[in-house]
Design a protein around this ligand. Sequence first.
Ligand code: NAP
Length: 249
Amino acid sequence: MKSKTVLITGASRGIGAQTALLAAKEGWQVAVNYSTNSLAADAVVRQIRSAGGSAISIQADVGVEAEIKRMFAQIDAKWGRLDGLVNNAGVVDFAQRLDQFSAQRLERMMRINVIGSFLCAKEAVLRMSTRQGGEGGSIVNVGSAASRLGSPNQYIDYAASKGAVDVMTLGLAKEVASEGIRVNAVRPGIIDTEIHASGGQPDRARDLAPQMPMGRVGSSLEVAQAIVWLLSPLSSYCSGSLLDIAGAR
Ligand code: NAP
């Protein structure tokens, strides 16, 4: 039996990297996408291979359609099949009120978090749908608790982009339910990764931990475990689910 193949966007660091490592442990062949940090992506691939797994790294900015198409073509050429997609790549921005947002900021946020997720889902559906001659598969979108909290005074634009990811999950799940594809989302709360530093708040996770219901933030592994479960047949009747992984926040 051939191994199943999954593409994980933004898998060089944080939640995506943990998901890549765990998926490989569960027997998936993993395409490790990254944007600029090739060293980090290569380290994930090396770790997978040294444990006996199969992985490749693929540079592509999910905010650029031509790069998405090239990425999927690389997977076609390497493995000739696709069984899973984790739409994980995502960005935040500096804390600002809505009345300070520039059009440029909004365009970047929506291009990467929303359009990137839609276009990757499109390429995955074209390969996995039984209607297109595929064998079915599973798509897991990485949303955020921000879509139900709104992120005031922080980044309402980010929260709104994750709201779009929630709605895409609900709609696409129904659209392809009879074509062998399940579509779900995880909605993490505050997870200890480098994303907070990229938004200018490197200590955000540590600072907010005492205010969290469990008195701590989450780890990348705690999110990865849910993603890999949603990819697997263990969740075979889950589709259109938005799974909060936010420690009761
Ligand atoms: P992270 O540590 O900042 O890692 C981001 C990953 O995405 C990196 O691998 C990065 O690649 C990649 N990436 C960024 N922009 C990209 C682009 N345009 N094209 C392709 N890859 C790109 O982030 P994280 O905290 O693991 O977050 C992962 C996902 O979880 C995001 O969608 C985020 O919104 C969501 N999330 C995170 C939290 C949290 O508290 N951490 C909470 C809720 C939701 P390079 O290494 O090349 O830069």
